[in-house]
Design a protein around this ligand. Structure first.
Ligand SMILES: [Zn+2]
Length: 599
């Protein structure tokens, strides 16, 4: 068996459209990592789903006057359409509203309860006398008692990232009718974070050398300065997973408590759908397994503190409940490479103000790879970044079209014409040819080092630098002139360039999969590099849900070899007439796109 790699991707709330900030924050980096590790021949599983429960969904349903299930299904379908078009290779993209997820979340709840990591307590919660109901989380907004910013939700402040205790919120207002709620007593289950504080801190200390500093600051830093306190993990809400304890009817699990369990339940579902219900062990109870959590910075506390705390508390109990004879503990996160935020034209992205570039809307006018490229080269890995239409236009035309696309197109077109669609026989290569190929060969190592360290921005820049290097080589060797006097010399030049292009196809493929698949075909290869994405309907006790599934190509199927390396482009092999990989954009798009913003 190969190295298991679990790419665990943030679960979007099925209550709002997805914009470029969400894509560059979590979904795209996850896919780049997954594709890279797949090429290395590792056992990759990339999983996520729609977060279908909780107040984000019910608040939206209330405002539209429809049921929460209708809201979740609409957005779930939209997400799947977007992810398929963007080429995000989710081995499974499912939902939290499935029997499988209910079952596993319930098992984990029992594990934590039996292991003594849950307790009940009574606290004061906001209650609407008008509506005669409790108002959890997003139903109440007010001023954050840490940073003083207004518009903070009662469970978390988006401005400073702190998790909040609802009753301390300053100047609370109901989201439903803006009335001022009152505090009433209610009883909930709490996760005993104090009990696991030292273990969570140790887990973070063991990883602080290679984790991003902002993630360590928001997790270990917060534990060392403020300590951990018990947090309620149930809510007075009907939509969600019922608390599996007698007498607790009408309450459900807190959406954040159960959504993170999706990283485990989706792997179980994937195994079940593929006829191997025990497959989850390979990623979840195998100490060799590496789990990466691709998330935005607003989710750091849940992935770097709360989820590890749940996993520590569960220990071996889940495996035992699943029938293991020698139960093993669940593996803790290997890395949580959280990204910062992306702004738009110098201002904070805001969905409600329509100050956003929406994923599906963008794809109506542009191809997916230019978006993937711009979002990677501009990824907010260590600090906030900015989507700027002028820069998008420049990078598309100067880098994708002029540097990489044009390299491919002019070399393949020229060779196709003069060697009649056959890869030329180069004979003995010259020093300059060998020097270029040596340098390109090293590119695999440089780009891999960056990808292993989840430095995607640096990795794609290095790939583009390698393409520029081939252009420079061609400026000097100039086969377009060589051919007029010596076709054999020209054959050495075009063969060298085509060989480099074939390698660059692999190096670029995690970032630009759609165009690299096309190039794969132009170069005369059969089949696809990666495989394809399909959707399927799954029936269970809760109804039906759609899942997005990735079906790997033969060359990347389980047990495949490492293909992240040089391969020989065979002289004499037939290849196909190319077409341009990228479209040159007109300068007018900059003002047109800017005019759409905020409307
Ligand atoms: Zn705050």
């Amino acid at each position: 068996m190969s190295q298991p790699v679990l790419i665990a991707v943030a679960w979007p709330y099925a209550s709002a459209h997805i914009h470029v900030g969400n894509i560059t924050g979590a979904y795209l980096p996850a896919d780049i990592l997954a594709r890279y590790h797949r090429l290395r021949g590792r056992d990759v599983l990339m999983v996520s789903g729609s977060d279908s429960h909780g107040t984000p969904v019910t608040v939206r349903a209330d405002s539209e006057g429809i049921g929460p299930e209708e809201v979740y299904k609409r957005f779930h379908g939209e997400f799947i359409e977007l992810f398929q078009k963007l080429g995000l290779t989710y081995d499974i993209y499912t939902s939290t509203h499935t029997s499988n997820h209910f079952d596993i979340a319930t098992k984990l709840f029992h594990s934590l309860k039996e292991n003594g990591y849950l307790y009940t307590d009574t606290s004061k919660q906001w209650y609407s006398t008008e509506q005669e109901r409790f108002l959890p989380d997003r139903y109440v907004e007010g001023t954050c008692y840490f940073c003083g910013k207004s518009g903070a939700r009662s469970d978390q402040c988006d401005n400073c990232g702190h998790l909040l205790e609802a009753e301390k919120l300053i100047d609370p207002k109901s989201k439903i009718d803006s009335s001022t709620p009152e505090l009433r007593e209610t009883t909930h289950f709490y996760l005993d974070l104090e009990k696991v504080q030292e273990q969570v801190a140790d887990f973070l200390r063991e990883r602080q050398d290679y984790w991003r500093p902002n993630v360590i600051r928001q997790s270990l830093g917060q534990i060392e300065s403020e300590g951990l306190h018990g947090r309620p993990i149930t809510r007075d809400l009907a939509w969600g997973i019922p608390v599996p304890v007698e007498g607790w009817e009408g309450k459900c699990m807190y959406v954040w408590f159960e959504a993170v369990i999706g990283y485990l339940s989706s792997v179980v579902e994937w195994g079940t759908l593929h006829g191997n219900p025990d497959a989850w062990h390979h990623w979840w109870t195998n100490p060799e397994s590496k789990t990466f959590y691709c998330i935005g910075k607003d989710n750091i506390p849940f992935h770097a503190i709360i989820w590890p705390a749940e996993l520590i508390g569960i220990g071996e109990s889940f495996d035992a409940q699943m029938g293991a004879e020698e139960p093993k503990p669940l593996v803790l996160p290997f890395d949580v490479p959280a990204n910062e935020f992306m702004n738009l034209e110098g201002r904070k992205l805001s969905g409600s103000k329509n100050w956003a570039v929406w994923g599906l809307d963008f794809l109506e006018r542009y191809d997916p790879d230019p978006m993937r490229y711009y979002l990677t080269v501009n990824m907010p890995e260590t600090r906030d970044s900015d989507w700027d239409w002028e820069e998008f236009y420049q990078r598309n035309n100067n880098e994708l079209v002029a540097t990489w696309g044009n390299l491919v197109n002019r070399v393949l077109s020229f060779t196709y014409k003069h060697w009649e669609g056959i890869v030329p026989e180069p004979g003995e290569l010259r020093e300059a040819d060998k020097a270029l190929l040596d340098s390109q060969r090293e590119g695999f190592r440089f780009v891999a080092e960056k990808l292993e360290a989840v430095k995607l921005r640096g990795a794609v820049q290095e790939a583009m630098r390698l393409a520029a290097e081939v252009n420079k080589y061609l400026d000097t060797s100039a086969p377009w002139f060589e051919i007029k006097t010596d076709k054999a010399e020209a054959a050495k030049s075009v063969y060298t360039a085509m060989q480099a292009i074939d390698w660059l196809k692999i190096i670029f493929s995690p970032f630009l999969p759609h165009t690299c698949e096309k190039l794969h075909g132009y170069l005369g290869y059969e089949g696809s590099i990666f495989g394809e994405l399909i959707t399927s309907e799954v029936e269970d006790d809760l109804g039906t849900h759609t899942v997005l599934l990735y079906e790997p190509s033969d060359s990347l199927a389980a047990g495949s070899e490492d293909i992240w390396k040089v391969s020989e482009l065979v002289p004499g092999k037939a290849f196909n007439k190319p077409a341009p990989l990228f479209k040159k954009l007109d300068a007018s798009i900059v003002n047109e796109e800017r005019a759409r913003l905020g409307k």
